[in-house]
Ligand binder design. Structure first.
Ligand code: ATP
Ligand code: MG
Length: 333
């Protein structure tokens, strides 16, 4: 069975983008087809200014939502990154494998630097080294496949480069992973600004559908989505990004055809928005219901995370120890 690893940061409330780009595939495909490992990557969330109490709440909420969305702890491993020391241990070796310039080239780094500065915040050094930790997350588990949204392509590519470079220098310690992306909705766009990605840490909530939004809020957000100046419903991400985004979301939520095919079924933006709103509401309803149930039983979630961390440690430790030895660090006797 292939090994799959993926994660999500507790930097905000989970969005429809996180679900369609990542979590839904973990639930519907990955946990059934692979030995899959899923992680709330809380150390990554420390790379931008944060509030400790809020982060604690969001970490628990992200884990609860992953289970609510359908991850089955009997089928896959679910845990919190900081509970497994191997991530931080291996991250340092990845920093020693990567070059400074490789980190500075990352698009996400540039975007998040701009955002932190616009908010009058200082930029944490860890924001620059983020891809080293992400490479460690992936490589520690001997990962074959990394199911993520399109925005993570550059980081996964760097993880591949680092795995190859490390293996060349020190011997074959790591599997070289590859990214898998969803067929549709690999990059869900902000409903109010369809040229920018829907991101959970963004401030403008009007264009972001959160998994825990009330149904009427979801409807309102979709109905108020910015469309384009044309009037024809066509799937064209360049010329009509707003409409294309709705078509992708509709296609992903219903499974009833490709965005191109669906475009042919609509003659007005209003009808497209209405159907998209209902499709999103339907897709999120069972998740919200299960989330409410799980919130009533926090000891269940704690138990899942404890067992998950235990298993994850067992999976990661031998490989990380081997990497420490391979670079020439004297093993403790
Ligand atoms: P942040 O703004 O803090 O970076 P985020 O919404 O980008 O938050 P991440 O925790 O960085 O979420 O990413 C979790 C997973 O969700 C990744 O696999 C990422 O590719 C995917 N993802 C994030 N946003 C989208 C989106 N708009 N469309 C599709 N997939 C997405
Ligand atoms: Mg992100």
């Amino acid at each position: 069975q292939p090994r799959i690893f993926s994660g999500i940061q507790p930097t905000g409330h989970l969005t429809l983008g996180n679900y369609l780009g990542a979590v839904r595939r973990w639930v519907q495909e990955d946990q059934h087809n692979a030995d899959a490992v899923f992680c709330v990557v809380d150390l990554h969330a420390l790379t931008v200014e944060h509030d400790p109490a809020r982060m604690r709440r969001l970490t628990r909420q992200a884990a609860t939502l992953m289970l609510a969305a359908g991850l089955d702890p009997d089928r896959c491993t679910v845990f919190v990154q900081s509970h497994v020391d191997e991530h931080a241990r291996l991250s340092y070796l990845m920093e020693c494998t990567a070059a400074d310039g490789e980190m500075r080239r990352m698009i996400q780094y540039k975007e998040k630097v701009a955002r932190e500065q616009a908010r009058g915040r200082s930029v944490r050094l860890s924001l620059l080294t983020y891809p080293a930790l992400m490479a460690a997350d992936i490589l520690a588990y001997g990962t074959d496949e990394v199911p993520v949204g399109d925005d993570q392509a550059q980081h996964v590519e760097l993880a591949r480069t680092l795995a190859q470079r490390f293996n060349q220098r020190y011997g074959p310690v790591f599997t070289v992973p590859r990214m898998t992306r969803p067929q549709v909705a690999a990059r869900v766009m902000n409903l109010q600004d369809p040229t920018s990605k829907m991101g959970k840490s963004h401030a403008e909530a009007a264009g972001i559908v959160y998994l825990l939004d009330e149904e009427d809020v979801v409807r309102k957000k979709v109905m108020r989505a910015v469309t384009d100046s044309g009037s024809e419903v066509a799937y064209d991400r360049e010329a009509q990004p707003g409409v294309a985004n709705l078509l992708e979301v509709l296609a992903a939520c219903t499974g009833g055809g490709t965005p191109e095919e669906l475009a042919g079924e609509y003659s007005s933006y209003g009808a497209l928005k209405k159907d998209t709103a209902e499709a999103v509401v339907e897709a999120l309803r069972p998740i919200r219901a299960r989330h409410a149930q799980l919130c009533a039983d926090p000891s269940y979630v704690d138990g899942v995370l404890r067992a998950g961390a235990e298993r994850a440690r067992g999976l990661a430790r031998p490989r990380v120890n081997a990497a420490y030895e391979a670079v020439g660090l004297l093993p403790p006797s």
